[in-house]
Each structure stands twice: as structure tokens, then as C-alpha cells.
Design a protein around this ligand. Structure first.
Ligand SMILES: *Cc1c(COP(=O)(O)O)cnc(C)c1O
Length: 456
């Protein structure tokens, strides 16, 4: 048994291992609907290698143990997070990507795939309203895209050595910005929080007073972060107004559009995220709704030179690229990088523009449907224009809300619906994300019914 595929002959062993593993995966999908979003219990294989390598049939049976203990995103009741089931083409893309084992670090290690990533980023840029100078880079998740954006903004502002430099973001910004602070060597106070209004949107009126305040303290600002799709309720900050403000103040605007960005791809939904194109940088996470296998995130930049200005160090051990392009490894924090854009590209090709639009519209329609079925005399519902909503009983104390959320999540799980339980402002909510294409309107009626009866 040779564990590497033959470079000379059709490797029958690899062929049959792939066929068997694919078949088991298809079985796993087929039985998911009859199972539940989460397993009740599971067994684990040994986590470490035995003295001698095990056979393919042992590998396959150990894989089954892991599969049986996995979360099942394709179960129709899997509505807790921004983790939809993968497109079938995206699964294939991931498999082929592993087989090719190319490296986006350097052009010579990924000739076609480096070009594909550039072209795909360019397409996203144009669709979302960026101009000719734009470009981007793929990253392993939105947290890294956001971190790279802030590092770049601070660098372009010339404030990389200023420990008191500040950026602004709303109270509802993503936790990745807290990590970015720590990684960038900034104090907590370097993230200046701007309050949100009753819709969960950044209060633009507070932005200018906050900027004036830090200026009067002698501090400098290197970025404003707006969120297009907040994580609990899907709120969209007033992007155009914030962009105008940033232009006037000559401050970098980063839009964390990890959730909302893809709504800019369809002319029907793009109105919801109008203004994305006025940003200096954008985070977009196709993994969160379009069914691109994890991880899939893009950092898009209005002027792609800012990426190389910030991150290029020269790659003395790789051949230079002809023309003005930089190696993938000079456009961001990551060095060795898998060709994640392969599964994004193939997924989008499979969907086509019509398929993309259908996912976006259906997800919003389902959120509206669920919202209309929830008894608003019993619940406070918070939701933006996207596909997620959260709710909590009206007139409960925060400790009653906490108890309700635990009890209701458990009883929903017993009915094979999985919702998440975010803490938002002063209390717990249950959150439902309508990103699962397998969820039917009938399922939502049942879900709403269970929720409505969770309080008397
Ligand atoms: C999910 C999310 C992120 C982080 O993305 P990861 O891929 O989980 O690192 C950033 N911002 C928002 C608004 C998100 O919802």
C-alpha cells in the first residue's frame, strides 16, 4: 500500500478510496434529514497514529465515527448560525483543491489558481462598486480579513507606531475587532465604540462628536469600521453617510460586510447594502450564506496597491512575477495558503447569477415569513433587512429571559430545531438564521408555533 498516488499509472487504490469516501459522504447527506442538527452522543477514533498505519477500510470506518458525531448543516432544522450546507460543486472544489495541493503563497506554486483568485476578487470588486484600481485577496475567515484591513488602514495612515491611534466601530461590531486590537498591540481604548440606534445601526451623529473628542485629546484616528450585517440581528449601518463622513475627514472606511456583502451581488438586493462601493476596504464571507465550503472570505480593497504596500516584504525564494502583480504571499498576513477561491469559483459557476439571486431572495423571504408568524404581543423581535432575526419575550427580566432561552433552546432541539442563544445588550435572545435552503415554509410555521407556545 503506497499512501501517495502514483504519478505514472491510474492509482486504483486512490480511486477506490475516493469512491468509497464519496459514497459514505453522500450517505451522510442522505440520512441527515432523518437525524437531528446535533448528535446526542458520539464515539471518537484514536486521535493519534498507531505504530503501524491502518488500512483504508479502517480509515473509512473511523471517518464514519467522526461523521456521525458531526453537526449537520443540511438538516432542515439547522438554523442556529451562519453555517449553511455546502453546494455540491463546492465540495468537489475542496476535494480537488486538496488533491492539487497548490500554494497561493507564490505564483510558481499555483499558476492558474493565483490568476483565478485575482480575477475572482476583481469580479467581486466590480460587482460591489469598486473602480479600476481595486483588487483583493482571499483569507481563511472574516476575522483575518478584518485584521488585515485594520493593519492596512493603520499603515496607510502612517500610524503603525502610534500606540494611542484609534479606530471607530459600533457597539454591535464583530468580536474579531477585539482580537485585532490585541494582535495590533493596541489598548482597549483604541477601539472607540459608537452607540447604535433602536435598529442596531451605528448612530452617525455620534461619530463626529467622538472624532472631535479624540482629536481634542491629541489622538489620531486610522479607520472607521461600518458593519453591513451585524451578527445578532443583521443590521446595516448607514454606509453612504458614513462614507461621506470618512471622505470629509480623510479617514479610511472599512466595511465589515462578512454577512451583508454578498447581497450586493444581485441587482434586486443590492439596494439593501448601497454604499459598499464607497468603502476603502470590504470583508465579504461567501461561506456564510452562499454555501461555499469553509473557509471562504475575501478582503477587497478599492486600491489594491495598499495591500502590497502594507504586506509585501519581497519573496527572495520565489521567482518574480512578470508585470505589476505581487505574489499571493505579499498581499496579506498569511503565507502558505490553500486555493480557497477554487471552491468559491466553482460554487458560483454552479449557481450562476440566477442561482445566487435565488438564495439571497429566498433567505430574506423566509426571515419575513418566520417574523410574520411570531406572536409580536409576546416577543420583541430584532431584525434588519437580511435573513436573520433574534427574539426574546417582552416584559421579562433579564434573568427570566435567560431561563426562557435555555429552556426553549432545549425543547426546540428535542423537536429538531437548532437556534442559537446570543447575549445581546442586557439579555439572552434566541436567534434564527434563514440560510438553510433545505428549510421549508412548513418547517418555519412549526418553529413559530413552538416558539409562540414557549411562553404562556
Ligand atoms: C462571522 C463574522 C466575522 C468573522 O468571520 P470568521 O470567518 O468567523 O472569522 C466578522 N464579521 C461579522 C459581521 C461576522 O458575522
Amino acid at each position: 500500500m503506497d499512501p501517495f498516488a502514483s504519478p505514472h499509472n491510474l492509482d486504483r487504490e486512490l480511486h477506490s478510496l475516493l469512491a468509497q469516501a464519496s459514497s459514505n459522504l453522500c450517505d451522510w447527506f442522505a440520512e441527515s434529514g432523518g437525524q437531528a442538527p446535533m448528535p446526542d452522543s458520539f464515539d471518537l477514533p484514536d486521535a493519534y497514529p498507531a505504530k503501524e498505519g491502518v488500512s483504508n477500510s479502517v480509515l473509512l470506518s473511523e471517518l464514519k465515527l467522526l461523521m456521525n458525531g458531526s453537526y449537520r448543516p443540511s438538516h432542515p432544522g439547522s438554523l442556529a448560525h451562519l453555517d449553511p450546507p455546502p453546494l455540491s460543486a463546492s465540495i468537489v472544489g475542496e476535494l480537488i483543491c486538496a488533491g492539487l495541493n497548490n500554494n497561493l503563497l507564490a505564483e510558481e506554486l499555483s499558476p492558474s489558481l493565483s490568476s483565478l483568485e485575482r480575477n475572482l476578487c476583481k469580479w467581486f470588486c466590480q460587482r460591489l462598486g469598486f473602480g479600476d484600481l481595486s483588487g483583493g485577496v482571499a483569507a481563511s475567515g472574516g476575522s483575518i480579513s478584518n485584521l488585515m484591513a485594520l493593519v492596512m488602514a493603520r499603515n496607510i495612515a502612517g500610524l503603525e507606531s502610534d500606540p494611542s491611534a484609534v479606530f471607530f466601530a459600533s457597539d454591535d461590531c464583530h468580536v474579531s475587532f477585539l482580537k485585532a486590537l490585541r494582535i495590533m498591540g493596541l489598548k482597549k481604548e483604541s477601539l472607540q465604540r459608537i452607540p447604535t440606534d433602536e435598529n442596531g445601526e451605528l448612530k452617525i451623529s455620534c461619530l463626529s462628536s467622538s472624532l472631535n473628542k479624540i482629536k481634542s485629546e491629541g489622538k489620531k484616528c486610522f479607520a472607521v469600521v461600518a458593519t453591513a450585517g451585524t451578527t445578532v440581528r443583521g443590521a446595516i449601518d448607514p454606509l453612504s453617510e458614513i462614507a461621506q463622513f470618512c471622505q470629509k475627514e480623510k479617514v479610511w472606511l472599512h466595511v465589515d460586510a462578512a454577512i451583508g456583502g454578498i447581497f450586493g451581488l444581485s441587482t434586486i438586493t443590492s439596494e439593501i447594502v448601497k454604499g459598499l462601493g464607497s468603502a476603502d476596504s470590504l470583508t465579504v464571507n461567501p461561506q456564510k450564506l452562499l454555501g461555499i465550503a469553509k473557509t471562504s472570505s475575501l478582503l477587497l480593497v478599492a486600491n489594491k496597491n495598499h495591500l502590497s504596500t502594507t504586506f509585501s516584504t519581497g519573496l527572495p525564494y520565489a521567482e518574480p512575477i512578470l508585470g505589476n502583480d505581487f505574489h499571493g504571499g505579499e498581499l496579506g498576513i498569511q503565507g502558505t495558503r490553500s486555493a480557497e477561491s477554487l471552491k468559491l469559483w466553482i460554487g458560483l459557476r454552479q449557481l450562476g447569477e440566477d442561482g445566487i439571486e435565488k438564495i439571497l431572495l429566498e433567505s430574506i423571504k423566509k426571515r419575513c415569513h418566520l417574523e410574520s408568524k411570531i406572536d409580536s404581543s409576546k416577543f420583541k423581535i430584532i431584525s434588519g433587512p437580511l435573513h436573520l432575526l433574534a427574539l426574546t419575550p417582552l416584559n421579562y427580566t433579564s434573568s427570566q429571559a435567560s431561563e426562557w432561552s435555555i429552556k426553549t433552546r432545549t425543547s426546540l432541539l428535542a423537536n429538531k430545531f437548532m437556534l442559537s442563544r446570543p447575549m445581546y445588550e442586557d439579555r439572552y435572545y434566541l436567534k434564527a438564521v434563514m440560510g438553510n435552503p433545505n428549510t421549508k415554509f412548513d418547517d418555519l410555521e412549526l418553529l413559530a408555533n413552538l416558539i409562540n407556545h414557549s411562553i404562556i
